[in-house]
Design a binder for this molecule. Structure first.
Ligand code: PRP
Ligand code: URA
Length: 208
């Protein structure tokens, strides 16, 4: 497994805006979705293509399309929903498999509470989306659920990742690649990412 920190200028620019303390809910949502799109672009750069013929105004012409079963996007409730529109903008026909996991605020342990997956998830590439990878507990719990359902190819897209969370996912699921806009410094004593984004779910849903 590897960690891919996306260094594209648009990603870094938008992440800087997203970190601003005084940002409206609307702007936070918009930037979250936009970075979600850009991470999707990076995370799908190696999808296999096949040749086919398309009928054009000039007659038949060679074209290419993505081969085989495609993608299921897996938002982790609730904050992952904030990235969903951005991902679907690039992959509009993707099935959405929803997973609910929250982390207990005292223990920081993940609590899985919901699962509704694409029926053919065993044939699809799963793109797990969640703005924050902190201790890694939530992402590991989600990956456990996907693998139990037969999913064989999983990538994770997170806006910000802490080294502690990356290490945990690497140790338990070495086959899962992580795409992120930033590897941040680490976790504070409350398990929040520094500098991070604060509570991403609250900011996306306007509940802070
Ligand atoms: C946040 C975030 C991740 C998780 C990361 O969700 O969206 O899912 O915490 O932390 P971890 O890596 O230490 O598990 P939260 O539990 O706050 O729930 P929410 O999405 O409902 O806000
Ligand atoms: N969840 C968040 O929303 N932010 C963090 O920094 C860690 C977990």
């Amino acid at each position: 497994m590897s960690i891919h920190e996306v260094r594209h200028p648009l990603v870094k620019h938008k992440l800087g805006l997203l970190r601003q303390q005084s940002l409206s809910t609307r702007s936070f949502r918009q930037l979250t979705a936009e970075i979600g799109s850009l991470l999707t672009y990076e995370a799908t750069g190696d999808l296999e293509l096949e040749d086919y013929q398309v009928e054009t105004w000039m007659g038949p012409a060679a074209a290419q399309r993505i081969k085989g079963k495609k993608v299921t996007v897996v938002p982790i409730l609730r904050a992952g929903i904030g990235m969903l529109d951005g991902v679907l903008e690039l992959i509009p026909s993707a099935k959405v498999s929803v997973v609910g996991v929250y982390r207990d605020e005292q223990t920081l342990e993940p609590v899985a509470y919901f699962e509704k997956l694409a029926h053919d998830i065993d044939e699809r590439l799963a793109l797990v989306i969640d703005p924050m990878l902190a201790t890694g507990g939530s992402l590991v719990a989600c990956i456990d659920m996907l693998k139990k359902a037969g999913c064989q190819q999983i990538r994770a897209l997170v806006l910000v990742a802490a080294p502690e969370g990356i290490e945990k996912v690497q140790a338990l699921h070495p086959d899962v690649d992580i795409y992120t806009a930033s590897v941040d410094q680490g976790l504070n004593s409350d398990g929040y990412i520094v500098p991070g984004l604060g509570d991403a779910g609250d900011k996306i849903f306007g509940t802070r």
